[in-house]
Design a protein around this ligand. Structure first.
Ligand code: GDG
Length: 497
């Protein structure tokens, strides 16, 4: 049943479905920290997580779900159901409550959603923000749909806010214009934006004809958060270039009587829950049978959505180069790549898939024999708990994106290791995570020989050095975990930092 916001507000206190236990989220909630922030939290993201089972969700859904589970609040996102209706009509929203979390699923017209999501978000902004001007597709109808969908989100949200005190936290590049659209509807609440992906340098950013509009949109937020200092710097330089607005040492800029704060809030993971899942996966029969199949071999693992930003073909070439330059690893090492399907309607994703399959086939064709498959390439999603087990069963974690906002897999690999016998992380300097994870082996993913040599170094690293590097990394990801990320962002948004 589809509902309109005015009907929903009357039902807001109803509880639908099972209460959401905190344990099911795997989160050690920081109740004391968050009690200091009393206002209702309203989260907006393109899609809603499955709040009935966040244990299988990726990092972002868990991070948001935990924030809402701790303090209660509303989460607005696009519904998985579509329906045609005019933008001037009242938004169609399905409201549901599980424990303290209320979700509002916004039904949108399919055609318009597709031009917004596959079009502007993933064929224009995603490649642009990942420095891939060669893949950017500019079409007037993409931008039009992007603005229309954001206007629909704004109208829906304006009807759901309970007052000026609600803290609104908007996620990611799909929703950049949301604050501007909300301001137009008279919303005066504190609104924060967090960009999960990189922000490009000004010289690349101006390549989009829409760059001034996008900056003006971002200036309508109270807090704009990024993954790294590099991204913050790129954003501030673009703002200065377009509007001559300058930021003080705290990242604040004054404009039209308002203050905009831009800062870096590196996203983290729930370390304990990954460690627990990795430990428990020892009982998993499939993991056990895989261990037996690769007995005596060292396993190198990659886990990524099949996205061109993740550097997968180059990574496979680096593995082949490892076998050329360090032949002692033939029949002694095996590379497992989980590449979960993603955005298959966008043509650049079909291209990267074909390229990857050709590369895996070529390497295996050259090196495989009856007893050894050098590359095992799995193009399907694996359950989260099994993934943790696979990370633990691997002596090298290979994370070599050409550009990545943060890369949570790098942190998950560290969390999943056995502290007494940990594996080694080989990490691209172009992942946001490289700013924090200096004790990993940092590589340039474009330099195939360098990556191959780093894998060789990781495979040969003595236990003492592995433990020293791992314990430093584990300490850092534990301190800067998912709870700290949301605590610091929300405290800043509430004006407490
Ligand atoms: C964006 C930014 C930023 C992957 N395959 C499977 C699976 N995964 C999980 C991983 C991890 C998550 O998905 C992927 O997160 P990443 O951070 O690696 O990358 P993006 O999806 O591109 O995320 C990125 C992130 O947002 C958060 O801000 O770090 O830079 O691009 O949690 O484990 N999970 C399961 N099966 C799979 O096959 N269950």
């Amino acid at each position: 049943m589809l509902q309109r916001p005015d009907e929903i507000l009357n039902e807001a206190s109803q509880t639908v479905g099972d209460p959401l236990e905190r344990d099911a989220l795997g989160g050690e909630a920081e109740l004391t920290g968050d009690r200091a922030i009393p206002r209702r939290l309203v989260v907006v993201s393109n899609r809603l997580g499955n709040i009935r089972d966040l244990s299988q969700a990726g990092g972002l859904a868990v991070g948001i779900g935990d924030a809402l589970a701790e303090r209660g609040g509303l989460w607005l996102g696009a519904s998985a159901e579509y329906q045609d209706y005019a933008a001037s009509d009242e938004p169609l929203i399905r409201l549901e409550r599980v424990g303290k979390i209320e979700t509002a699923a916004l039904t949108l017209p399919y055609e318009e959603y597709s031009l917004y999501y596959n079009g502007y978000a993933n064929s224009t902004l995603w490649p642009l923000f990942h420095y891939r001007l060669d893949l950017v597709n500019h079409r007037a109808e993409f931008l039009h749909a992007y603005r229309q969908i954001n206007a629909r989100f704004a109208k829906a949200l304006a009807g759901l806010l309970s007052g000026n005190d609600d803290l609104v936290w908007v996620h990611d590049y799909h929703l950049i214009p949301l604050a501007a659209q909300l301001r137009r509807l008279g919303v005066r609440n504190r609104i924060g934006f967090f960009l999960h992906i990189p922000f490009p340098p000004p010289d690349l950013f101006v390549a989009t004809p829409d760059h001034e509009e996008l900056i003006d949109d971002l200036l309508q937020y109270d807090v704009v958060g990024f993954q790294t200092e590099t991204d913050v710097g790129n954003f501030r330089r673009s703002v200065q270039a377009a509007n001559s607005i300058t930021f003080d040492i705290n990242g604040s800029a004054e404009m039209n009587g308002r203050t905009l704060l831009s800062r870096c809030f590196p996203i983290g993971i729930d370390v304990d829950s990954i460690a627990r899942m990795a430990n428990e996966a020892a009982e998993d029969v499939q993991i056990d049978s895989m261990r037996r199949q690769i007995l005596g071999l060292k396993q190198i693992i990659g886990v990524d959505r099949l996205d061109y930003s993740k550097g997968l073909p180059g990574r496979m070439q680096a593995f082949a180069r490892l076998l050329e330059r360090h032949p002692e690893h033939e029949r002694a090492a095996t590379y497992l790549q989980i590449a979960s399907p993603t955005r298959e309607e966008v043509s650049a994703y079909a291209d990267i898939r074909a390229q990857l399959e050709a590369t895996a086939g070529a390497v295996n064709g050259r090196y495989a024999d009856l007893a050894w498959t050098p590359i095992r390439y799995i193009h399907r999603a694996v359950s989260r708990s099994r993934l943790a087990g696979l990370l633990r069963a691997s002596q090298v974690g290979l994370v070599t994106p050409l550009r990545d906002g943060m890369n949570l897999v790098a942190k998950e690999y560290i969390a999943a290791q056995d502290e007494a016998d940990p594996g080694v992380l080989v990490l691209s300097r172009f992942a946001g995570a490289a700013e924090e994870l200096a004790e990993s082996l940092i590589v340039n993913p474009y330099a195939v020989d360098e990556v191959a040599d780093a894998i060789a170094k990781a495979l040969a690293m003595p236990l003492e050095e592995r433990i020293a590097r791992h314990s430093a990394l584990l300490k850092r990801i534990t301190r800067n975990d998912a709870a700290e990320w949301r605590r610091s962002f929300l405290a800043t948004l509430a004006g407490e930092n």
